[in-house]
Design a protein around this ligand. Structure first.
Ligand code: SIN
Length: 286
């Protein structure tokens, strides 16, 4: 789609576009706000470089896309309950990288988030890129037989591998930078979501699974589910369904968690990276 008040330049075939002509620190006209939201829906992840946002301005900018909310387990920035600061210091080499597995943010919640907005404060001179895949493109490329088999199936999502009583963050040595990420037995809970999800704003279907939180198919064990989930994840990770973004300081990305997975690449040991994320409330998946 072409726009009148912004320019959207795709960075890959399946998803991702850089947006030009927007200063998120200032109020946008209704027309520009509508076009920006449409670009988010069309491209699934959009990037705006050369922004300068204090945390309160980031929360205000995030409201252009949805309702910011306070997520569980990650301690927010002082005074900004909807903002988490994702930090990794030079001396965090070898530690778990927050977001460093293919996931859709907080998909283990009964009402998982619509989207997320990340704003980079400091980026390493190389590395620290983030990748996304379009789960809509992945679904569309499945055979009719596979689509028919998956139709109506449910998947159990849980935070247990990250935030559960024995999850990654139950081990204090996995904390990085100034982040405080909690883990307890509330993270072990499971919730059922449809394996194929329809985006209420576009009407398009996507696979709604990911490597971290989609732990098993409903009514099956993890062992029984693994071959099917692994096959679908492997299919979804085809390079043709992906984009990769090289950050610069002061860049905003906004992605749709309903139809994408993303992966923060951990290849910058010895360097510092600081980014702030606001998460946007969603709807019950159907
Ligand atoms: C996240 O999963 O929200 C982190 C993404 C990133 O740091 O690039």
């Amino acid at each position: 789609m072409s726009f009148q008040t912004i320019e959207a330049k795709p960075i890959a075939g399946a998803l991702g576009a850089e947006i030009e002509g927007v200063d998120l620190s200032k109020p946008l006209s209704n027309h520009q706000a509508e076009e920006l939201h449409q670009a988010f829906l069309d491209h699934k992840v959009i990037f705006l470089r050369n922004q300068s946002l204090e945390p309160a301005q980031q929360v205000a900018a995030a409201r252009l896309f949805g309702m910011p909310y306070e997520i569980p387990f990650v301690t927010p920035m002082d005074g900004y309950p909807e903002v988490i600061e994702i930090t990794r210091e030079r001396n965090d080499a070898g530690k778990h990288n927050f977001g460093g597995n293919w996931h859709s943010d907080m998909s283990f919640q009964a009402v998982p988030p619509k989207g997320s907005m990340l704003y980079t404060v400091e980026v390493p001179p190389y590395g620290g890129d983030t990748m996304w895949v379009s789960m809509e493109a992945a679904y569309a490329a499945l055979s009719d037989g596979m689509k028919a088999m998956l139709d109506g199936m449910k998947v159990m999502h849980s935070g247990k591998r990250s935030y559960g009583s024995r999850g990654t963050y139950s081990n204090d040595s996995n904390q990085t930078g100034t982040m405080k990420v909690g883990a307890d037995n509330s993270g072990d809970a499971e919730v059922a979501h449809p394996l194929v999800r329809t985006n209420p704003e576009t009407g398009n279907k996507s696979l709604f699974i990911n490597q971290v939180y989609a732990v098993r198919l409903a009514d099956m064990t993890e062992d029984e589910s693994k071959p099917i989930l692994d096959t679908l994840i492997r299919h979804s990770l085809k390079p043709e369904f992906s984009c990769r973004f090289r950050w610069s300081p002061g860049t905003v990305a906004v992605w749709d968690n309903r139809c994408t997975m993303h992966y923060a690449i951990s290849d910058y040991d010895g360097q510092r990276r600081v980014a702030r994320r606001v998460t946007l409330a969603g709807e019950t998946p159907v």
